[in-house]
Design a protein around this ligand. Structure first.
Ligand SMILES: Nc1ncnc2c1ncn2[C@@H]1O[C@H](COP(=O)(O)OP(=O)(O)O)[C@@H](O)[C@H]1O
Ligand SMILES: [Mg+2]
Length: 236
């Protein structure tokens, strides 16, 4: 699969009547990683929830595989392969690793298939399968959240601040796994407040400030210059 999978076309969004996104254009392609960067409050999470159909846009369109998907129920979008891994690790701490995975059988895969796929990609989860998810390390919990998302066999993976609260080495390892997922043809959109780790695997970056995409292009020197003007201190 090549070409645009998910497109935001002139998307506006608001929270309680207050406009947050002001006409955002963004294209996510199969097998590619797009990094969406920007300061706290820029509207990054809102953009992801619009892309997942969870938050209805107040203007503009959401296109999936070239077709208008604006206003489609999030469950339908999920069935069509759009998977959101929300900020703050979507795992149930009191349930075992295994039970966290088995909740995903609603997607049509068998328990065996889901476990097999998850443990093949994240072997450490296999060794911890009976452990309550809350006792895993932060990085392992994030792997479990990813594994739950992948159980849906997504075409589009939307990741919100995967790196939050994790050590740089753990983040680098997680992003290598994300790059692997993209190489298998999944379209990936990664949101990060701080640029560092994700740029190593990103094919393209977009900088969102105040609900507008201020810059878009390949990661490189001009991106770093652009980021420096929005952040206090160095972006790396
Ligand atoms: N559920 C909500 N209700 C009201 N305002 C919200 C809600 N979620 C986000 N906002 C506001 O929308 C703006 C963008 O938030 P958000 O999308 O979370 O930004 P980011 O993820 O870039 O930090 C912020 O001003 C925030 O306060
Ligand atoms: Mg956010």
């Amino acid at each position: 699969m090549t070409g645009p999978v998910l497109e935001l076309d002139g998307v506006h969004a608001a929270h309680g009547g207050i406009a947050v996104l002001h006409g955002v254009d963004l294209v996510i392609e199969a097998g590619r990683v797009v990094a969406l960067l920007g300061p706290n409050g820029a509207g990054k999470t809102t953009l992801l929830t619009v892309a997942a159909g969870v938050h209805p846009p107040s203007g503009g369109r959401l296109l999936l595989g070239g077709r208008d998907a604006t206003g489609i129920h999030p469950r339908e979008l999920a069935r069509a392969g759009v998977c959101l891994v929300p900020q703050g690790r979507g795992v149930f701490p009191n349930l075992s690793v295994r039970d966290n995975l088995l909740m995903m059988t609603f997607t049509g895969r068998t328990q065996e298939e889901i476990e097999e796929i998850a443990y093949a990609r994240f072997p450490v989860l296999g060794t911890r399968r009976t452990q309550p998810a809350g006792t895993l390390s932060g990085g392992e919990q994030q792997m479990l959240a990813l594994a739950r998302g992948l159980a849906t066999d997504p075409a589009v993976l939307l990741l919100d601040e995967l790196s939050m609260g994790l050590a740089p080495l753990v983040v680098a390892e997680l992003y290598e796994l994300v790059a692997d997922i993209a190489r298998q043809g999944v379209a990936v959109l990664v949101v990060e407040q701080f640029a560092t780790a994700v740029l190593r695997i990103a094919d393209r970056a977009a900088v969102l400030v105040g609900g507008r995409i201020q810059w878009q292009g390949p990661p490189g020197r001009s991106l770093h210059a652009e980021l420096s003007s929005y952040y206090l201190g160095s972006p790396t």
